[in-house]
Each structure stands twice: as C-alpha cells, then as structure tokens.
Design a protein around this ligand. Structure first.
Ligand code: JD8
Length: 222
C-alpha cells in the first residue's frame, strides 16, 4: 500500500519512521510519501491561505495550491481522505475498509480548513473522496488525525503485526472492543495479587472470567 500525506507541517509525520510503522515500511508492506504543501506555492511568501469569502474569523486554504499538490499524487486508484471535524466518524470498520485500498492520500488542512471546492473537484472527476473525522473534539489541523488513521489502518495489513491472532480477536469483539484487564509477572505487586483464576490453567474458566470482566468494564464506562 502507498500512503501519501499532504501538509504544511511535514515534521508531524516523523513518527511514521518508528516502531511497527517504520518496520512495515522497511519490509515494503507500506510506502509513505510526505509532501510539503508549500512546495506547490508560486509566490515569494509561499502563501497557502487567504481570507474567507463571506467574512468570518480565520483563513481558508487556497484551492489552487491543493489542486497543484494533489494532482501530483492522485490517480483513479487513489482514495482521497480529507480530514475535517465535520467528516464521517472514523471507526474500526472504516480502518478495515481502507486497509484494502492500494493508495491512500491524506489531505491535512490547517487554519479554518481547505476550500470546499477541492473535495468537490476530485469527486466531480470521479475520484473516491472521503471526508473523515476522528472524533467530536477540535484539533488544530488534520495531521494528528491522519496519524491516528494511518496507525489503525497499517496495523491491519498482512505482515505488520507479529501476532496476527490479535487482529482476529479484535475483529470478533461483538459490542465494540470488549477488552479484559491484562496482568503479567510478578503474581503480587504492592499487595495487589493477580486474579487467582488466571493462575489456574483452566482456559475455559479464564475465557469466561475475561468475558465477564470485559462486559463489566464496558458497562462501567458507558
Ligand atoms: C482538519 C483545520 C482546524 C477546525 C477551526 C480549529 C479531524 N476530529 C477532528 N477535530 N479536528 C479535526 C480537524 C481540524 C482541522 C482540520 C481536521 C483543518 N482544522 C480548524 C475547524 C475550526 N480550526 C479533526 N479529523
């Protein structure tokens, strides 16, 4: 899979060289391309924004800069993902769907956002365009949101995770992520013991206990 990200802050994407994502790139499972939007400006000040039509606070990102940048990476095999607080809420099912794509292009806006005609243009030209949000809170731009999506998607690609069974477990979670509490050595820590059942070796009883604990946690957090 090829993943391109367009941004005025390319340094935000340094984490892609770390950990699982870095290894996935070394193994050729995924290829990342990070593009500085200012490389596509034509004025001396490398302007990427301008005042909004209709008035209002803040600045809007210029469509011609985005068009010049996106035209260098987009093909009809691409999925263009425009991050925006108004987008469709990202979830595991969308991560699974995007994990089957061949080319993802993340448009990371700043300021008040990207001129709406950018998404409209590529949709009109029959490209797949997705407006996505990672949650009901306001970030300063799309970079962190795209990193969240890239991690959630990339970890699903074959060969990225050492133990693919964990993906199978996650995908079988019925109501969201029923995650049970985890424990490791020592068996006693600051006078807190590991639950006896986990030391019993009775795998059926352990599975039942874990399901009960996950359900209890989900109820407490809802
Ligand atoms: C893209 C610009 C900042 C947003 C004025 C603050 C996603 N879950 C999410 N929260 N926020 C974003 C997000 C924020 C962005 C951009 C995504 C581009 N901003 C703007 C509107 C109000 N500033 C997001 N995914």
């Amino acid at each position: 899979m090829k993943i391109d990200a367009l941004t005025i802050f390319p340094d935000y994407f340094a984490p892609l060289q770390l950990s699982l994502l870095g290894k996935a790139q070394e193994r050729g499972i995924v290829e990342f391309g990070i593009h500085d939007l200012r490389d596509f400006t034509t004025d001396n000040h490398h302007s990427v924004d301008d005042t909004p039509y209709g008035g209002g606070a803040g600045m809007v990102m210029k469509p011609e800069i985005w068009g010049a940048a996106l035209d260098t990476v987009m093909t009809h095999e691409s999925d263009l993902i425009i991050l925006t607080p108004a987008g469709r809420r990202f979830n595991q099912r969308m991560a699974e769907q995007f994990a089957s794509a061949s080319h993802l292009v993340f448009a990371c806006g700043r300021y008040e956002g990207i001129d709406a005609r950018v998404g409209e243009h590529y949709a009109k030209e029959n490209f797949r365009v997705h407006e996505v949000s990672i949650g009901d809170y306001v970030l300063g731009g799309g970079e962190v949101a795209s990193l969240v999506m890239i991690e959630a998607i990339t970890r699903l690609l074959p060969g990225v995770l050492g133990n693919p069974d964990s993906i199978v477990e996650e995908s079988h979670a019925q109501d969201g992520f029923l995650e049970y509490p985890n424990y490791t050595k020592p068996p006693m820590w600051r006078d807190i013991p590991v639950p006896e059942i986990l030391l019993s070796g009775n795998h059926a009883a352990i599975a039942t206990w874990r399901a009960e604990q996950a359900k209890k946690r989900a109820t407490e957090q809802s």
